[in-house]
Design a protein around this ligand. Structure first.
Ligand code: KIV
Ligand code: ZN
Length: 514
């Protein structure tokens, strides 16, 4: 089939909403804005930017994304409650194209146990919520939560009600990741056949991965008549996650011979999006993950390598370049000048203000003095680190650690806190422990360390280290990242980046109602 509107699949990305619901995946406003920019560059059709009623932070984030993004529809989730819908409507008001996504559970179990509502009350709530949402926007999506465990006759009635009230997209989620592909396709077929006004809406899949079937089920949903897929970058999401966008999109692209649908996704942006989401959430991508895993395009065995050299198609069904995987290209050396550095930044997609550019250039030169070869990945790590810490209240200025196999480690750390310089020398069981103890002493906080992770940006012993630190305090969890050619400095920067986020959240929560 040709690439026409009739077989175009809308990609609805919910990394910032369902993805953020993964335990420990919370993101700051700045991080969400960066992800939204990346999703727009990917050309996703809809960005579900959050759940407006959940918190002031969520509301503000949806509002700012609505102001900023011009080429994707911006959506807020809302329960079937008038207050929820009004808040969602307010949040997406600045959007060039705004959508309200309202949902209510329709399975007997959820209605009885969770909602404690009769089926008649649920039908009434669907009518009221969709009608209310249409007062704010023309683009209203309605979801039947736990659709795959809903009685079909009731599902028909619920969908018909939602469409009659003005819903233009109908989402039938496999909320608990229970369906098989055959069942999921059949559900769409039956609903589309038995709901009299089904032709007035686009149908959507939303699959969780509890049985590892989320991507297969999403594609099966298309067989059943759906034309929108809800998914997340790297498949992050509640429990086992959601359908992974990169897998859905590349399956459609690579197997267009048998899957007659297409998307608008700019697939060369996939790898960059995957890396950003992984860095921000601290959820590493497993090496053998389809499309974006470190080994997805690696060929280890001699027979495979030989085949690849003769003709890449022997063992590669898609090119690494098609998903934005580039070979580590030697970029620059310490003699590269300001102009070449600026060109490289724009090639890598960065637009920096003057001050940020000067600081990145200074760090690039310093890196060149210490590291022989500088690759694109080095520059990305350095600039991301600089951009992430630019406006932070607390910064690491200098760090010296002394360590030996026979005793404790010592760390001498100097920081600025709101512009004031502070310094201390502290001990620890190892250099990272000593550095973290010194920082805790200087900031006067004792957050609980939930995760400390290091990975090398490129190969070789002079590679930069990229660290992720997950901290928890008073029930809030944040991730911090840091990159540096010195691993302990990268760790300390990651720790301080997380502490800065804890401070921001604390300040936002503090003022009570007036
Ligand atoms: O999994 C689910 O059912 C959801 C709905 C809110 C769409 O995330
Ligand atoms: Zn979900």
């Amino acid at each position: 089939m040709s690439h026409s509107e009739a077989n175009r699949v809308r990609i609805f990305d919910t990394t910032l909403r369902d993805g953020e619901q993964s335990p420990g995946a919370s993101m700051t406003l700045e991080e969400k804005l960066r992800i939204a920019d990346t999703l727009e560059a990917l050309k996703v059709d809809v960005i579900e930017a959050g759940f407006a009623i959940a918190s002031n932070g969520d509301f503000e984030c949806i509002r700012q994304i609505s102001e900023r993004i011009k080429n994707s529809t911006i959506c807020s989730l809302a329960r079937a409650a008038l207050g929820d819908i009004d808040r969602a409507g307010e949040a997406v008001k600045p959007a060039a194209q705004g959508r309200i996504h309202t949902f209510i559970a329709t399975s007997p179990l959820h209605m009885k146990v969770k909602l404690q509502m009769s089926p008649e009350d649920v039908i009434d709530a669907i009518h009221q919520s969709v009608t209310r949402a249409r007062k704010f926007v023309d683009d209203v999506e309605w979801s039947a939560e736990d659709a795959t465990r809903t009685e079909m006759d009731f599902l028909y009635k619920a969908v018909e009600t939602a469409i009659k009230a003005g819903a233009t997209t109908i989402n039938l989620p496999d909320t608990v990741g229970y369906a098989t592909p055959t069942e999921y396709a059949e559900m769409f077929r039956s609903v589309i056949k038995n709901v009299p006004n089904a032709d007035k809406a686009i149908f959507s899949t939303h699959c969780h991965n509890d049985l590892g079937l989320a991507v297969a089920n999403s594609l099966a949903g298309l067989e059943g008549g759906a034309l929108q897929i809800e998914c997340t970058i790297n498949g992050i999401g509640e429990r086992a996650g959601n359908a992974a966008m990169e897998e859905v999109v590349m399956a459609l692209k690579t197997r267009s011979d048998t899957l007659p649908w297409h998307t608008r996704i700019e697939t060369p942006e996939i790898m960059r999006a995957s890396k950003l989401v992984s860095t921000v959430t601290g959820f590493t991508v497993q090496n053998n993950k389809a499309i974006v895993g470190a080994n997805a395009f690696a060929h280890e065995s001699g027979i495979h390598q030989d085949g690849i050299l003769k003709d890449a198609e022997t063992y590669e069904i898609m090119t690494p370049e098609s998903v934005g995987v580039t070979k580590s290209t030697l970029t620059m050396g310490k003699h590269s000048g300001r102009h070449a550095f600026a060109d490289k930044l724009s090639e890598l997609g960065y637009e920096l203000g003057d001050n940020a550019f000067q600081e990145c250039f200074r760090r690039f030169k310093a890196l060149g003095d210490r590291k022989k070869n500088i690759y694109d990945e080095d520059i990305v790590a350095l600039v991301d680190d600089e951009v992430a810490t630019w406006s932070n209240r607390m910064q690491v200025v200098t760090l010296n650690t002394y360590t030996s196999t026979s005793g404790t480690a010592v760390s001498d750390v100097e920081m600025t806190i709101d512009g004031d310089k502070v310094r201390t020398v502290t001990y620890g069981t190892g250099p990272v422990d000593a550095a973290f103890n010194a920082i805790k002493e200087l900031i006067g906080m004792e957050p609980h360390l939930q995760l400390f992770q290091v990975h090398a940006v490129t190969h070789g012993t002079d590679a930069q280290a990229e660290c992720t630190v997950k901290l928890e305090q008073d029930g809030r969890t944040v991730n911090g990242q840091g990159a540096h050619e010195d691993t302990i400095t990268a760790a300390a920067r990651a720790y301080v980046s997380a502490v800065n986020k804890l401070m921001v959240k604390r300040e936002k929560k503090a003022p009570g109602p007036k």
